[in-house]
Design a binder for this molecule. Sequence first.
Ligand SMILES: *[C@@H]1O[C@H](CO)[C@@H](O)[C@H](O)[C@H]1NC(C)=O
Ligand SMILES: *[C@@H]1O[C@H](CO)[C@@H](O)[C@H](O)[C@H]1NC(C)=O
Ligand SMILES: *[C@@H]1O[C@H](CO)[C@@H](O)[C@H](O)[C@H]1NC(C)=O
Length: 226
Amino acid sequence: MRLLWFSLVFLGCIARGEAVVGFDSIEPMTVHAFQCLAQRGYSFYITRVYGIHVHTCPITGQCVDYNGINNIKAGRAAGWRDVDGYFWPCTWANCTDVKTQMKTTVEALSKAGAVIGTMWLDIEMDPEWSSDLNVNRQVVRDLVQQAQAMNVTVGIYTNNNSWGTIVGIDWAEFSSLPLWWPRYNDEQNFDTFIPFGGWTLPVMHQYLGDARGSCGVDDLDLDWYP
Ligand SMILES: *[C@@H]1O[C@H](CO)[C@@H](O)[C@H](O)[C@H]1NC(C)=O
Ligand SMILES: *[C@@H]1O[C@H](CO)[C@@H](O)[C@H](O)[C@H]1NC(C)=O
Ligand SMILES: *[C@@H]1O[C@H](CO)[C@@H](O)[C@H](O)[C@H]1NC(C)=O
């Protein structure tokens, strides 16, 4: 029965020429939840590994997301091969420099034995960035350089509004890095993408936010790549 079900899904994907659907979520997840979500057709996962909204971050300055790190391990244990992390830098005045933030995160992943494919830098206007584009460009540069120096593959998560406000819409220094593009239009395509930042196309589209979950996970953002 299960084999038949898989075959039907597989043939269905071919028939529609459909590509790959995955999700990102910050909820704590079990191995069983990943197994269940795989059966519902999801095949990749991205989670927060560092961020200002980690509950301990504003209180103690400890922004590594250990739920995310555990989730990565749970996903791997469930057999998921396409598992990434995203990094939401703290640009508050009371946070340590971003290179240290990145270093701490990569070390925490490594110590936990949590393996990610790509580390996505979450570039959006929360918290506030400097009004000086050059200051912000240096923050992005520092993050990319620190991650790459630790042999981490880096991508950028942003849209035109955030990128334009934070570093300038035409700043293309990192256009060779893959772009993960948030636009909640519920479409599994890049059709409405308007080039910015030197990117002619994203590699992945976050097409729906706060979608209804399943398998005991309440809140998923849905992602697609061709
Ligand atoms: C750091 O600054 C932010 C923004 O002003 C504030 O919300 C947060 O409570 C501060 N955290 C600490 C540990 O002082
Ligand atoms: C990164 O990879 C290079 C080449 O494989 C290696 O020489 C270097 O030690 C690695 N650096 C870290 C921090 O793992
Ligand atoms: C930003 O991109 C969206 C989607 O591609 C587009 O509809 C919008 O007009 C763009 N805004 C600016 C300021 O370029």
